[in-house]
Design a protein around this ligand. Structure first.
Ligand SMILES: [Zn+2]
Ligand SMILES: [Zn+2]
Length: 150
């Protein structure tokens, strides 16, 4: 976990004024990778007391625009935020419980940005999501279905 002065440096390095809500939201994203906004709001409230949803949304938008936070949104999921930025890493998502984990690029550094055919686009990002079942869900007893008993 980065210290408060590390977080202040990150904000200043991105030309953002250091404010308590920005520090609290950035700290919450570092502490809770891939958290949804609601989880971040409650973490920020533990830290700062009463902060409006809108204030947290606004700060998340500013941090994302400044490149300090990455926003991901797998299909069927709410937006989630993480502090691991700039490496175009991928995610594996559990179809059963929605758990998310980081996956490095398969080969070297951002190879997926080299599209086989760019259609004239200036390509900036490749989004790869691996879908599967997490180990907790694999170990959980499968649900008993009535039709399976026949
Ligand atoms: Zn799962
Ligand atoms: Zn991630």
């Amino acid at each position: 976990m980065p210290s408060t002065s590390d977080l202040e440096l990150l904000l200043r390095g991105a030309d953002l004024r250091v404010t308590r809500p920005r520090l609290a939201v950035l700290a919450a994203v570092h502490a809770h990778p891939h958290a949804e906004t609601d989880a971040l709001i409650s973490a920020v409230r533990d830290d700062l007391g009463d902060v409006s949803h809108q204030a947290v949304y606004d700060v998340l938008r500013a941090l994302t625009a400044a490149g300090l936070v990455r926003r991901i949104q797998p299909a069927g999921s709410l937006a989630r935020y993480e502090s691991r930025v700039g490496d175009n890493h991928h995610h594996v998502v559990c179809r059963s419980c929605g758990a998310i984990a980081d996956v490095d690029c398969a080969v070297g550094d951002t190879p997926c940005l080299t599209a086989a055919e760019d259609h004239g686009f200036l390509i900036q990002e490749a989004e790869v999501v691996y879908w599967g079942v997490c180990s907790d869900c694999q170990n959980a007893a499968p649900p008993i279905r009535e039709e399976a008993r026949v």
